[in-house]
Design a protein around this ligand. Structure first.
Ligand code: 3H9
Length: 697
């Protein structure tokens, strides 16, 4: 009857089991199978009630997102959900795992819902640029009330079974065997003659938009603040409002049109792309599932500076014992005090309690000298960015680390092959490039040196997962994927200021694209001296034919290191962090322009957008072409998680595809002619543009 929806009788209850691994997505075969088996159960004289559940790890986790690129095939999920209203026997959804999106909407069509204690449910559609499009925006408010429904629909965060019961979404939580419990629940409904609860029929009316004005305004405001620039939360709210002003069938019909518009929007395409990019990133073409990551039972971190401490906290938060070493007891003590302060901050924000802080602190041991790292399975070096220092550290580590330990460096741009060569075991050396603050930022760039063993790399990627991070693999080059692809954007931003734009204009163009902060405000925050030091260390390698960031150097020479100095690209009053335009920046820019023959002029927002973005895209193309990144989407994941690039734009490489590579290539060639060598077009960009092709699939 159906390959993907099973039918069995348990006593006088028909049990329909959706079996469509991995997440029982509600693709066309499942929708057809459900209608067939629901009708069969309706007509089956041996069945008095119906239970719908999911096989394997979960109740359906939503519609099949892969189908969204094709025209919808009937039966639409709305039709399946609405069909349940007509079934005369009680239908019970038995939820385990994650009933998300269309999965939760399917349960709302059922007359009763029971759940395993660990089940989670929600409507995360806004994260895909859509909204619950199978009548969820109509039925959820009727079941859970408008406030709870908007919370789920607009914020897109799943809730656990206990909260779902409080909200009235779940009728009972079943301890123990869910299937048996659901069948017993259905039998009791039949025995009690309990009426079917049909969620398209409002029990106490739904109220008017005026009745709910305050609640609606609250969620509009939350959507604006938490999902800036994103359309779908507002479409979701409009759809909920339709349900307050129209009869159910009309509201659902309006929803369907609205849903199609959302689904076909550029934002939704970008968000769906990001969803799959994020899952693709852990697949390494030449390291298969047969490569077993090494066991990590204990860890060590070298350095208790800002970065080292963040790494220590990240490890301890995920349950790893960690030894942090410094060169003096004073440095160890300072580090431990700062770590405790970070936990106090988490307590203040309500993220953890005192007991949890103590639990995490117990996992952290401070020590002086490397000898304490002899038992660690993984050591992460977070020392000063100096190649000689790092080589020396790795030489010493080599002498004390146990055989098979992973020796990782947190360098953000250095030659890890050279660092690995300082040991007798380069196969154990990898890069683990964290982003500040390391305990909070979700990106982890796992760097793969030439001689690293596949299981060492697999261990790095697994560590990312175990510490709730997104691991993205990069090969060795200066700056790896993240910093190498971002540098050209920052470089152009500073050149544009030299040429006549104000920092505020440059930053406004980039925040206008949806980035949370402009590049110059970010430089002020992280400190202009960081990249100044890097430029100084690379002074010997600078190609005189390449334009140089004289202005950024000059800012540092004048002590304008950013927020910590009270002045950088902007000035900051009274130790605050609110950027204020500073005429001195313009005066310095004019001075540098004069010295280097730069003609200052009025610069359009369009030029700022193109130069900053296209410079990064051109570099991204080179990174891809050289095999530093395995796929264009890996570069995009870096930008989403490392630099706050708006998810609804997919990432820089996806944005490039949407703009059109021929247009970008054309502009890159023009900028090359105008600004010289740094703009040399990527051969890959040239080829794909000529073929009319894309970076991403
Ligand atoms: C929706 O429902 C619209 C409706 O309102 C209206 C319709 C008309 N479709 O994440 P994982 C794949 S929109 C297709 O690694 P986990 C995923 O790509 C949907 N494929 O596992 C991966 O494939 P592969 C609303 C999907 O345990 C594999 O399953 N629902 C879907 O870490 C395993 O995934 C959502 O937005 C899907 N819906 O997390 C929920 N979901 O192995 C989206 C997953 O080839 N899903 N796959 O790489 C999730 O949040 C997580 O996958 C979940 C499991 C929490 C379920």
């Amino acid at each position: 009857m159906s390959d993907v929806v099973g039918y069995e009788l348990e006593g006088r209850v028909a049990v329909l089991t959706i079996d469509n691994p991995p997440v029982n997505a509600l693709g066309i075969a499942v929708r057809e199978g459900l209608v067939t088996q629901i009708d069969r159960a309706g007509a089956d004289n041996s069945a008095d009630a119906i239970v719908i559940l999911g096989a394997g790890r979960t109740f359906p986790a939503g519609a099949d997102i892969r189908e969204f690129d094709q025209p919808t095939r009937e039966p639409h999920l709305i039709a399946v959900v609405d069909h349940l209203d007509t079934v005369k026997k009680p239908v019970v959804a038995a939820i385990h795992g994650t009933a998300l999106g269309g999965g939760l909407e399917l349960t709302l069509g059922c007359h009763f819902r029971v759940a395993a204690p660990g089940a989670r449910m929600g409507t995360p559609e806004v994260n895909l640029g859509i909204f619950p499009g199978a009548a969820g925006t109509q039925r959820l408010p009727r079941v859970a009330g408008l406030d709870h429904a908007l919370e789920l629909i607009v914020l897109g965060k799943p809730i656990g079974a206990a909260i779902a019961k409080d909200y009235g979404i779940v009728d009972a939580i079943i301890e123990g065997d869910l299937r048996a419990g659901a069948v017993a629940f259905a039998e009791k409904i039949v025995a009690d003659g309990a009426p079917r609860a049909i969620s398209s029929e409002p029990r106490n009316g739904v109220g008017s938009p005026e009745d709910h004005a305050e609640t609606i305004a609250k969620y509009r405001d939350l959507a604006n603040r938490r999902m800036r620039g994103q359309d779908s939360p507002h479409q979701a709210i409009d759809s909920v409002i339709d349900g307050l002003t129209m009869p159910y069938p009309d509201a659902v019909a309006a929803d369907r049109k609205r849903f199609e518009t959302c689904k076909n929007s550029g934002q939704s395409q970008a968000l769906r792309y990001a969803f799959f990019a994020e899952r693709e990133v852990s697949k390494i073409p030449d390291i298969g599932k047969d490569v077993v990551p090494r066991e990590i039972a204990s860890t060590g971190v070298i350095g208790a500076g800002t970065m080292g401490r963040g790494i220590v906290i990240s490890l301890a938060d995920s349950g790893f014992p960690v030894t942090v070493v410094e060169t003096s007891q004073e440095a160890v003590d300072n580090g431990m005090v700062e770590i405790a302060k970070t936990y106090d901050g988490m307590i203040k924000r309500g993220r953890i309690d005192e007991a949890e802080k103590d639990k995490r602190l117990v996992r952290i041991t401070g020590a002086v000298g490397f000898a304490a790292l002899g038992a660690a399975d993984l050591v992460i070096e977070a020392a000063f960015e100096d190649l000689d220092v790092k080589k020396q550290i790795f030489g010493e580590l080599d002498a004390i680390a146990k055989p098979g330990a992973i020796l990782a460096t947190n360098t953000s741009y250095m030659d890890i092959d050279a660092i690995a060569a300082a040991t007798s075991r380069p196969e154990d050396v990898i890069g683990l490039h964290y982003f500040v603050p390391a305990n909070a930022m979700r990106l982890l760039e796992v760097v793969r040196p030439e001689k690293s063993a596949p299981d060492a790399i697999a261990t790095g990627m697994t560590l990312a997962k175990k510490t709730s991070k997104i691991g993205v693999l990069a090969r060795v080059c200066h700056g790896f994927i993240a910093n190498r692809s971002r540098l050209p954007l920052v470089r152009e931003a500073t050149f544009l200021v030299e040429e006549g734009a104000s920092p505020a204009q440059v930053d406004a163009v980039l925040t206008g694209l949806g980035m949370p902060m402009g590049p110059l405000a970010v430089s002020d925050l992280s400190g202009l001296d960081v990249s100044w030091r890097m430029r100084q260390s690379l002074a010997d390698e600078h190609d005189p034919e390449e334009r140089y960031m004289h202005l950024a150097d000059r800012m540092c020479e004048r002590g304008r290191f950013g927020i910590k100095a009270g002045k950088g690209w902007y000035s900051y009053e009274d130790g605050g962090s609110r950027p204020m335009p500073d005429p001195e920046t313009e005066a310095i820019a004019m001075e540098v322009a004069r010295e280097h023959g730069t003609v200052r002029r009025e610069i359009s927002d369009e030029e700022i957008r193109e130069r900053c973005l296209y410079a990064a895209i051109n570099e991204g193309a080179k990174i891809l072409d050289e095999g530093i990144a395995a796929r264009a989407s890996d570069i995009d994941v870096m930008w989403l998680y490392g630099f706050g690039y708006p998810r609804w734009r997919g990432g820089i490489m996806f944005t490039a595809d949407e703009i059109g590579l021929d247009r970008i290539y054309g502009r890159v060639k023009e900028f090359h002619a105008e600004h010289g060598k740094l703009w040399a077009p990527s051969p890959l960009l040239a080829r794909l543009a000529e073929e009319g092709s894309r970076f991403t699939r």
